[in-house]
Design a binder for this molecule. Structure first.
Ligand SMILES: [Zn+2]
Length: 331
């Protein structure tokens, strides 16, 4: 890693082969913006809001005019992205670091062992097995035990219902918070539809904006894994397993997600979210350049990292080999 005012450069010494990567100072890297759209997100405890203090005496639970801001927890977001990354490795025939500690108190005794036979290795086992302390790509990106932070910095998404207060360059989104109150009613005829219990649910609607990710070290295979994981999450967004908050937490949301072209300037990124403006010719040219050259190179770096000299990363299960090659490079 480089420090000071020097712009960071890609670290490729550990990979075989040469890669045609974009100039770092002409890209958003080491930052990546995820374009994020969710119609309805109910992530359980994954939302914090300012409704108790900022709205104070003006807050009415059922008033649509409450302008509540808040954050979507990075834990919810991270678990979802990590799950996509694990799956990409598993599709490639690798195992990924299990996200849980082996001695944790699992509700079902055999759940950990079962996971180990289905595409996971014990958390950190990759470090003990290797001759460096690097571990597998998931271990490096998301971190391991206590003293090993991930190379991927994951922030919360800050949201506001007021579009003019949303800064997409800071990983913010327009979204509308509501606390839903529901009477769960009996369906038994004898009860005549009596309420059984009252349920309260925090939800965020019409989420639209960015999630800002930053890499602490600029390894091209990290970028490759994130690109493939985001592509997988987007194409599988309606399956329960890949819903945001669906696999390991309560609640869920179907997220349309993509990586904002890292070749865009800040002005161009803002333009993506300006409903009054379309993409410029320069942006379209950058899209072509990204799709035709750089995206494949990052994926190739991932292939190189995970499969050794002559291995090959298979096409994701949702996009079988030869089905539609054009789809693969889409942002
Ligand atoms: Zn591992």
């Amino acid at each position: 890693m480089t420090g000071g005012s020097e712009s960071p450069s890609f670290s490729v010494g550990h990979l075989d082969g040469e890669f045609e990567l974009p100039p770092v100072d002409e890209s958003t890297l080491p930052d990546l913006y995820l374009d994020f759209e969710v119609d309805l997100l109910a992530p359980g405890d994954g939302v914090v809001t300012d409704r108790h203090h900022a709205s104070a005496d003006r807050y009415e639970a059922d008033d649509a005019m409450n302008q509540i801001r808040g954050q979507i927890s990075p834990f919810t977001l991270s678990g979802w992205l990590r799950h996509g990354c694990e799956r990409v490795l598993q599709i490639a025939g690798m195992t990924a670091c299990h996200p849980g500690e082996p001695n944790a108190d699992y509700m079902r005794a055999d759940v950990y062992d079962r996971d180990l036979s289905q595409g996971y290795h014990e958390k950190g086992a990759c470090v003990e097995a290797g001759d460096t302390d690097a571990g597998c790509v998931v271990y490096e990106l998301f971190g391991g035990f206590g003293d090993k932070p991930g190379e991927l910095l994951r922030r919360p998404i800050r949201f506001s219902p007021v579009r003019s207060q949303v800064d997409v360059l800071r990983g913010e989104a327009e979204a509308h918070f509501r606390q839903l109150h529901t009477q769960v009613r009996s369906r038994n005829d004898e009860d005549g539809g009596q309420p059984l219990r009252h349920a309260t649910r925090d939800v965020v609607g019409n989420v639209e904006g960015t999630w800002l990710l930053s890499l602490r070290s600029l390894n091209p295979e990290f970028v490759g894994l994130l690109l493939e994981a985001v592509s997988l999450l987007n194409s599988k967004s309606d399956t329960f397993e890949f819903q945001l908050g669906g696999a390991r937490n309560f609640g869920a949301g179907i997220a349309d997600v993509g990586v904002v072209n890292p070749l865009y300037t800040e002005r161009e990124i803002r333009r993506v979210y300006n409903r009054a403006q379309n993409a410029t010719t320069a942006m379209q040219e950058k899209d072509d350049e990204w799709r035709e050259t750089y995206r494949e190179e990052f994926t190739r770096a991932l292939q190189e990292r995970v499969s050794g000299a002559d291995g090959k990363l298979d096409a994701p299960i949702d996009r079988p080999e030869g089905a539609d090659e054009g789809e693969r490079g889409d942002l």
